[in-house]
Design a protein around this ligand. Structure first.
Ligand SMILES: Cc1cc2nc3c(=O)[nH]c(=O)nc-3n(C[C@H](O)[C@H](O)[C@H](O)COP(=O)(O)OP(=O)(O)OC[C@H]3O[C@@H](n4cnc5c(N)ncnc54)[C@H](O)[C@@H]3O)c2cc1C
Length: 405
């Protein structure tokens, strides 16, 4: 027997979050943050009071122990409210990478960053990408060597969400560094995960990008010059960082799926309101079939993708709670979500912008914020579209059909 309904608790959670967003994350507020280029830390602390931050962390670590279906509800509602995607990005980077760090870290790291980030008093992000490339996760150049009782890190990370926030609020990044040479044919081996506090001596933010969208959260880079970290800042096991990184990407990508669908739903609703009012040739443009067909197609795809995203989140819960699916089975589904949802949401924003006519192209209309923000997920934040195809094809064909190693 299949049951597609949310639990009563999940429905109540969605309702409460929608009400909170209506008060605290209106489109006017989102426009203000987009223009000023910053998210007030007070807003993040308010989100903390709702139990939203790193909500899947267990209660004994300060989280709410939420399941991934509930986390997707939060993601969908935050995307629905902040169509510029800035607050959802901040929230989901912390939710996914904070979850993985919490799962594999020492009690020291939990005290130093996780518990603080859960209260909105620090930021935790992911520092995987380097200037030499992001898709080839194992192709990075940063290194870590053991000297007496310290790990010494050198390298440069680039295109990272939240660099300025981590400086202003405190906190840091989960980073990968090479600790052993990779054996032939296995470039993913020999990398290790660390927690890197941004106030460590030797860390310098050397870049802030002027992005196209999601203006309220920063994207930047930093260098690590002989940064000394204690053994307690090691995340997981030495030389096994690749697996943690993949788990982080999986958790981030499913949340991105739900964020994109929330934003697309809001765009469609704004569009529906407008086409009922706006008149051309003596009648509302909502009476024209050319518009009906686009609207109906977008709605049908939205519902299809919502089923995909929530089914995948359900599979994640089964994997974590009951080991019912393998990590690779779930990863394939997650990649399907990340492959499809950003481009679908981008198309919806484009359609709705066209319905709005010239007004849609102005900053008086909220739609352009969505178009710019969603594009970050089409381009590649948390993995490009082609990399999702690589993951899916690998599962369909078998590892021996990967063209490179
Ligand atoms: C707004 C934004 C925020 C980001 N935030 C973070 C962050 O917080 N932390 C972080 O670590 N990174 C972050 N990134 C970086 C992101 O993870 C990388 O952009 C992504 O992994 C791609 O790396 P790249 O940009 O170097 O592109 P490349 O790896 O150089 O890829 C360029 C193009 O080649 C294609 N390509 C590469 N390999 C293959 C292949 N095998 N088959 C087919 N096509 C292929 C890609 O799909 C892409 O279209 C962010 C990126 C953006 C845009």
């Amino acid at each position: 027997m299949m049951d597609f309904s949310f639990t009563e608790e999940q429905d109540l959670f969605r309702k409460a979050l929608r009400e909170w967003c209506e008060k605290n994350l209106s489109l006017e507020k989102v426009r203000e943050m987009d223009t000023k280029g910053t998210i007030p830390q007070e807003l993040v602390r308010e989100m903390a009071k709702l139990g939203l931050l790193i909500m899947t962390a267990p209660e004994e670590h300060g989280g709410t122990g939420a399941d991934w279906v509930t986390a997707c509800i939060a993601a969908e509602e935050l995307g629905y409210a902040d169509i510029s995607i800035a607050v959802p990005v901040l929230w989901l980077v912390e939710s996914s990478w904070g979850y993985v760090v919490d799962k594999y870290c020492s009690e020291q790291v939990r005290e130093d960053v996780i518990r603080k980030a859960i209260k909105g008093d620090a930021f935790i992000g992911i520092g995987s990408t380097e200037s030499s490339g992001g898709s080839d996760v194992a192709g990075f150049k940063s290194t870590a060597r053991k000297e007496a009782d310290k790990w010494v890190l050198n390298g440069e990370k680039m295109y990272l969400s939240g660099t300025e926030e981590s400086k202003k609020w405190g906190g840091g990044f989960f980073v990968n560094a090479r600790t052993s040479p990779a054996p032939p044919g296995a470039p993913h081996r020999g990398m290790t995960g660390f927690y890197l506090p941004m106030d460590s001596p030797g860390v310098e933010i050397n870049k802030r990008f002027d992005d196209m969208g999601r203006m309220a959260i920063s994207t930047g880079g930093f260098v690590m010059k002989d940064v000394k970290l204690p053994e307690s800042y090691l995340i997981g096991e030495v030389d096994k960082g690749f697996y943690l990184t993949m788990e982080g990407f999986d958790t981030a990508r499913i949340l991105i799926g739900a964020v994109c669908l929330g934003a697309a739903k809001r765009a469609l609703e704004l569009g529906i309101e407008y086409i009922k009012e706006r008149k051309a040739f003596g009648q509302p443009i909502g009476k024209f079939e050319g518009i009906h067909f686009e609207l109906a197609d977008d709605w049908a795809e939205l519902e299809a993708l919502r089923s995909l995203v929530y089914r995948t989140a359900w599979m994640m819960d089964k994997r974590y709670q009951e080991k019912r699916f393998t990590p690779l089975e779930v990863a394939q589904m997650i990649s399907a979500c990340k492959l499809k949802t950003p481009h679908f949401a981008f198309d919806v924003f484009k359609h709705v912008m066209l319905w709005f006519g010239a007004y849609g192209y102005t900053k008086e209309c909220p739609i352009e914020m969505g178009l710019r923000g969603i594009m970050s997920y089409c381009v590649g934040a948390e993995g490009t579209t082609n990399i999702q195809r690589v993951v899916i094809a690998r599962e369909l064909l078998g590892k021996e059909y990967i063209a490179y190693k």
